[in-house]
Design a protein around this ligand. Structure first.
Ligand code: FPP
Ligand code: FPP
Ligand code: MG
Ligand code: MG
Length: 303
């Protein structure tokens, strides 16, 4: 048990591995001085929460400790942290076109500044650069695990365009969509870093399940915040789901005559407990404990 609370703070602990994150990404987005380069670099200004890379490096170090491997991250693990942020950002660039959003990370969106056509191409370019970096790791299993993420993102986003009639089906559809849209990226990134250090499928499954459960909890909280927080707090428009005609957890629960917001928060708690149960199967380490603390932060965040 570590008594120094600061040591287990996920942000503090992951910091040293994330110092060069945005510089590394900009190097991957190499196109000689051009408008495409400016558009692609636009969101890599250090204003994002970089939640995914943080979870990825903590998971990598937790798995390394579990496998009795001391010292630095493996180069491939470091790349996966970067790739996770690139895939995420590419999907947000496209998402803002689909949703017609004008604000992201407190800035005017790419589609608003440069127009939709250039935004789509910039998203494609960031995704392509992520694929090049992924191939460079030189591990086929890792390539296939992270390629699954892009498939899931598109399918999740597509599912969101249409909803199911029957009440039970609707909820299952919502959770399935939530996994694909949000949790698959973090689950598969966690799995990928575990694959590079350990050949035991049980360890891969622990890493995947931690990411899956935290990712779903995170999105459930996000759906609550869309109802309860205001735009200036979020740095992006709020109450957007309803305006877009999307029924998320709070509304689906409210349809079943219960407190939508409370029930959704309750469900998020349940997913966090499962994430803790999974990660606790790894041997103790500072990073493992930070991942446990992180589940608490997911539940209590207000933006
Ligand atoms: C923007 O990402 C929002 C989404 C992609 C929708 C929901 C995702 C989350 C709420 C977070 C995903 C979960 C985990 C476990 C990391 P973001 O809120 O991370 O925004 P940012 O990258 O602009 O900071
Ligand atoms: C944010 O959701 C969006 C996503 C989590 C995924 C979007 C995925 C695509 C557009 C498919 C294309 C994928 C790639 C890799 C190019 P939101 O609209 O609920 O959240 P927001 O409030 O942050 O906009
Ligand atoms: Mg959106
Ligand atoms: Mg959207």
């Amino acid at each position: 048990i570590h008594s120094d609370a600061k040591l287990e703070d996920p942000f503090t602990l992951a910091q040293k591995d994330l110092n060069h994150l945005y510089d590394d990404i900009k190097k991957e987005l190499f196109v000689s001085k051009s408008e495409l380069k400016s558009i692609c670099d636009y969101y890599f200004d250090g204003k994002g929460k970089a939640f995914r890379p943080m979870i990825v490096v903590l998971m990598a170090r937790a798995c390394n400790s579990h496998s009795s491997r001391d010292g630095d991250l493996l180069p491939g693990q470091r790349s996966i942290a970067m790739i996770s942020e690139m895939i995420h950002t590419a999907s947000l660039v496209h998402d803002d076109v689909i949703d017609g959003s004008d604000k992201r990370r407190g800035k005017t969106t790419i589609n608003e500044v440069w127009g939709e056509r250039k935004a789509i191409l910039a998203g494609d370019f960031i995704l392509s650069a992520a694929s090049v970096a992924l191939a460079r790791i030189g591990n086929n299993t890792v390539v296939s695990v992270l390629s699954q993420v892009t498939e899931d993102l598109v399918r999740g986003e597509f599912m969101q365009l249409g909803s199911k009639e029957n009440e039970k089906e609707r909820f299952k559809h919502y959770l399935d969509k939530t996994f694909k849209k949000t949790a698959s990226l973090i689950a598969n990134s966690c799995k990928a870093v575990s694959i590079l250090v350990n050949s035991d499928p049980e360890v891969h499954e622990i890493a995947f399940q931690y990411g899956r459960n935290v990712g779903i909890a995170f999105q459930l909280v996000d759906d609550v915040l869309d109802f309860t927080a205001c735009a200036s707090q979020l740095g992006k428009p709020s109450a957007t789901d309803l305006k877009l005609g999307l029924a998320t957890g709070p509304v689906l629960f409210a349809c079943q005559q219960s407190e939508g917001v409370d029930q959704t928060n309750y469900l998020a708690q349940h997913y966090c407990q499962e994430a803790i149960r999974q990660i606790s199967l790894l041997r103790p380490s500072l990073e493992r404990d930070a991942l446990i603390r992180l589940t608490q932060m997911v539940l209590t965040r207000d933006k």
